[in-house]
Design a protein around this ligand. Sequence first.
Ligand code: PNW
Length: 496
Amino acid sequence: MEGVQYFFICCLLLFSESFADDELNTRRFPENFKFGVATASYQVEGGWNASDKSPNIWDYALHKNPDLVVNRDNGDVACDSYHKYKEDVALLKDLGVDFYRFSLSWSRILPNGIDDKISVDGVNYYKNLIAELRNNNIEPLITIYHWDLPQILQDAGGWTNDNIVDWFVAYANVCFKEFGNDNKNWLVFNEPKQTCQMGYGTAEHAPFINSSGVGEYICAHNLLKAYAKTWHLYNAVYRNVQGGRVGITIDSSWFEPATESREDIEAAERGLHFTFGLYANPILNRDYPAVMKSLIAKRSSEEGLEKSRLPAFTEEEIEYISGSYDFLGVNTYTSNMAKAENNPDPSPGSHQDAEIATWQPDEWERTNSSWLKVTPWGARKLLNWIKNTYGNPEIIITENGLSDDDSTLEDDNRIRFYQSYLSNIHDAMELDGVNVTGYTAWSFMDNFEWTKGYSERFGIYHVDFSSPNRTRTKKKSATWYQNLIKTKCIVDECIH
Ligand code: PNW
């Protein structure tokens, strides 16, 4: 009998301990902490050939080869926000967000890619959207580039042609000039890793170029130079008159060492440097991460190459890029386990070059996206790593969210997801001193989830893609988020 009792007490303890891990932070977010929601041009706008807009790399690739996407979906109409922006802003107003993060379509503003001709209709679309937001007391947070390069520039090599540095800066200049009086926070790029690794490495995203370990690094190199030049342009020409701030959004999985061995801890650290550090280190510190430079140089020489596949910055470039930010955008979704790869794959590629093995254990809660497992603790660890690696920069979480399959508007899973991630983010702020000033839910509404089309739904508003009207309907999570914004509290009642 005593044994049975003991067994029960043990179970109870174990049970309550695992619950304790899940306990949510019951204090309010600071008064000045800002909440918003996000979208991106190709994922929501539609109007793919409205007025003089020219095709971007997604338009082009999906028209040419519709089978690249689940159900042959594409973004031709998407949520039709090009026509329905007033309705969108009315929903945002009701939701009560402090800001709305959206992106600009380069080929809508500059149909030729270069700045010889500015589209009046393209510029007016964004001016109208921004005015509508401002009239409703919602701050815009503009992403200048969220993956939709004008196809005409891709025809000339896109991000692997180093002329793109000037093409991009000319485009950014138009954006600052046209919209900078009304937009004070700029994200120059969204997730360069996906642009370069998936676009010019593994061919999973437009322009679907297969050049692992070569094209993807040239892309990164040009993108970093374009980024710094854009920041310096703003700094020299616009900052005094417009008074805004310029940063970049970088994403990474958290990498959790599989064991406490030095090899695995270093492997996990390498995972972070090869994904986050590739972009963050030149900007927030100096140059590419040392471990990337040495490992890629070693592997390149083993391949018989005279030069490293990772291009080198000059001293002058290192200096110019270093410190070119006013805040850092971070997208956080998931985690991976990491251990040292004992039999490294010798083929070129940013994944292979890192010489690590990564996986997501079966026990981790799944979502409707194969890569996205629910690991709220990883968000806290990633934030701490950024703080410790880069000297505690100001961070805005520019995306976080989960997908489901369109089966319910009662999306309790999504509410639990947001609660658990926000709880960890709040702990990172309060207990670990990470300087987070804002949070953005991905996404405002269901939208075109790249090669997964409309089969993966991230929205807190539902969109009916079978109706010509693209009817928006509030999900339960939107009601929950509305309350969070009002109370700054992630649970029913906060204690402080
Ligand atoms: C982000 N991963 O993409 C993008 O910024 C959004 O456009 C996208 O809709 C959203 O997250 C959801 O996917 C990611 O594999 C795509 O780790 C893939 C990954 C991370 C972010």
